[in-house]
Design a protein around this ligand. Sequence first.
Ligand code: NDP
Length: 481
Amino acid sequence: MPGKIPHHPLTIAGEAYAGQSRYEVVNPADGRVIATVAMAGKQEVTLAVQNAAERFRGYLWRSMRPQDRANCLLRLAQRIREEAGELADLESRNAGKPIRAARAEIEGAARCFSYYAGAVDKHFGQTMMPGSRGRGAVYHEPIGVCGLIVPWNFPFLITAWKCAPALAMGNTVIVKPAEATPLTALRLAELAQEAGFPDGVLTVIPGHGDQAGEALVEHPSVRKISFTGSTETGKRVGRAAADQLKRVSLELGGKSANLVFADADLDECIDSSVWSVFDNSGQDCCSRSRMLVERPIYDAFLTRFAARTNQLVVGLPREETTDLGPLITPSHRARVCGFISTAQDQGAHLVQGGEIPAEAPLGDGNFLLPAILVNAHPSHKIMQEEVFGPVVCILPFSDEEEALSLANDTAYGLSGSLWTRDYDRVQRLVHGLEAGCLSVNSSSSVHQEMPFGGVKHSGYGRELGMDALAAYSQTKSVFYG
Ligand code: NDP
């Protein structure tokens, strides 16, 4: 007998609200409803913002002794680790993540809170002597209420990336999770309370993007928006924020290249390249969906890449052996399949994959076998637009110049990889490639300690590293005569 489906009311300033509607949260692996959630409309967003603004003005959080604020963040990291099993299970059921990946992401989120706890009392301003007498001091102050808009592909981890530095700097935050994946963010709000965060410092308001999301961006008391999602929605958010001269950072889509030169260590490169595109079933803004391979090794690369892809286990997220889980929704899978068929119509050849498993137990979920395409033209839709699914295009190139030109030939500029043993070439290419983050002889894009974000249509502003503290603070210069 299935258990009772839990319902999550909206919680604002300790009060429960029914919200403007109820949303059924579905497990993408089997289509079953796992929870219902009260969704915020404009009215509830306004309440949440007023509460967060009052808390900010009340100085309780921003003027708390740095050690005490750091301790709140550390206790939250500890509570996340204590509840890691439950959180990973929840994330896996809500986002369709393979359980091993979900565990790693929960630990990544805990590390993020610990990292910024360490920064609270080590983020200094400056003093100087601007003239012949007197002293200048530059203070780093929090901005105010920050609206944090989170996507569905890494729900808990990205929530942590935004909350931890914003809270470390003394802001109060309102998180708007993606409608499909609100459950771990809601749990985070409970854990924050248990960790001793004052009420109203971290509020989570599930809601639809075009209602709660827009209301958050448009509310004049929200002083900063940090958004991760599609380029289209990012532009809309940027325009609305510009109307109020609101600070905004945008981490948007990608169409990243994986450049493989003939002198690369193929043994390392193949496995890493396969994961670089198919991890999280390709639902990753850093996915290396364009594999560019130097002609002399193109055939060998393709054969080995296809063979390694065949070894990936597409399966139920709860199984320890699963490598790739389902896509987030049936409509998203249909969109991804549309990309594959359009590519074929335009002349690309599907080497393998792209099928929807029909048999139980995968038949009930949004599964899709990883697809490899060749013979796509660089101008084709499949080479230009973000697919956000388990689909890769593999293309040959003749020399470094062509490799660079192909790699830069998209509107996006988030990440990319470079495989070669020639370090002179590395130096030429890392500065020629239009991307915010690159990896050399590795596919690892995101590191807690390094700024993460894009150029061109992949957005602006940086998450992570010490740069994130600057993104959630503003300087104030004071001259003491
Ligand atoms: P969106 O960009 O629409 O959604 C991202 C977040 O923004 C969600 O929380 C969403 O809420 C919210 N949102 C939507 N509309 C608005 C708005 N007008 N104002 C404020 N917030 C809003 O992405 P989708 O989920 O629709 O995915 C579509 C495509 O976007 C994907 O196929 C992929 O290509 C790309 N994408 C990129 C991501 C990245 O990491 N860079 C992450 C997710 C998607 P709600 O969920 O309620 O709509």
